[in-house]
Ligand binder design. Structure first.
Ligand code: 2AM
Ligand code: CA
Ligand code: CA
Ligand code: CA
Length: 261
């Protein structure tokens, strides 16, 4: 058992405990605050779950740095050493409006390299996980390497922020693919690309905690995870993202170039 096996076992336990806390809160009134705009929300649950994780990490792994969306962890400007990246509730708007289609995400990077990634689709009870070099899983099922189909044979998810920024995008990508789907959780959408339900996912300005776990899982099944222009993702920057199977990825980049998006 190496040090990542121990972390893997603990993280799974912590994620299920966090999901139980969230589900138990469904009948309670939420305390909701706006962040950058009226669709960018944070609730008392986002903060409580992030706090739970941080306390556990600090207890078991004192000294390891933590980057959390709600800012209860550390200020991180370099990815040296072991860094935990946490999105306590991904899809907060879905959590508030639908009590569905939200995820808990955790990743561990070491010296900038992804090691462990987890996306837990709470209401579907599906834990997508990956350990770099050891495959990606949905619960206990090993996810096969992605089938490299052309764009026209698959469904594509687009974030609503990107849709409203680029009005023609859904039409362009929709016409070139089997169609467009919107869920509203970067984690769940990325997990669906990794499991083959979607052929690609495009999003505007995702943050490190939106990207960290999904990138590890996606790359483990052979997907290409880049910025919208095809450049490498810088994990510490907010960045537009395209994750897709290799052929579809190439096709989408070409389409975006020809549309000047
Ligand atoms: P969040 O719910 O953790 O904030 C919604 O399309 C997806 O984009 C969610 O995964 C959401 O994560 C993410 N996202 C990133 N930046 C956002 C923002 N400024 N406002 C709303 N959602 C954002
Ligand atoms: Ca948020
Ligand atoms: Ca998020
Ligand atoms: Ca979040």
């Amino acid at each position: 058992m190496d040090r990542f096996t121990e972390r893997d076992q603990l993280i799974r336990k912590w994620i299920y405990a966090a999901a139980a806390t969230i589900k138990e809160s469904f009948d309670d009134e939420l305390d909701i605050e706006r962040k950058s705009n009226r669709n960018d929300l944070v609730t008392n649950m986002d903060k409580a779950i992030e706090k739970q994780f941080i306390e556990k990490i600090q207890h078991f792994f004192p000294g390891e740095r933590i980057l959390g969306e709600e800012g209860l962890g550390d200020e991180i400007s370099l990815l040296d050493g072991v860094v935990w990246i946490i999105d306590p509730i991904d899809g907060t708007l879905n959590f508030v409006k639908q009590q569905d289609d939200f995820a808990i995400m955790i990743a561990i990077y070491e010296d900038g390299k992804g090691q462990l990634g987890y996306i837990y689709d709470v209401m579907q009870d599906k834990l997508y996980s990956a350990r770099t070099g050891k495959g990606a899983y949905c619960n206990k099922r090993l996810l096969p390497t992605i089938e490299d189909r052309p764009l026209k044979e698959g469904l594509v998810a687009i974030s609503s922020a990107l849709m409203s920024k680029e009005e023609g995008l859904a039409r362009t990508v929709g016409r070139a693919s089997s169609g467009v789907r919107l869920i509203g959780s970067a984690g769940i959408e990325t997990a669906h690309v990794a499991s083959g339900r979607l052929i690609g996912y495009l999003a505007a300005t995702l943050a490190p905690w939106d990207i960290a776990a999904g990138k590890i899982i996606a790359e483990e099944v052979g997907l290409i995870y880049t910025k919208l222009n095809g450049d490498k993702v810088d994990l510490l920057q907010k960045t537009p993202v395209l994750v897709a199977s290799p052929t579809a990825h190439k096709e989408i980049i070409e389409l975006l170039k020809s549309q000047k998006i």
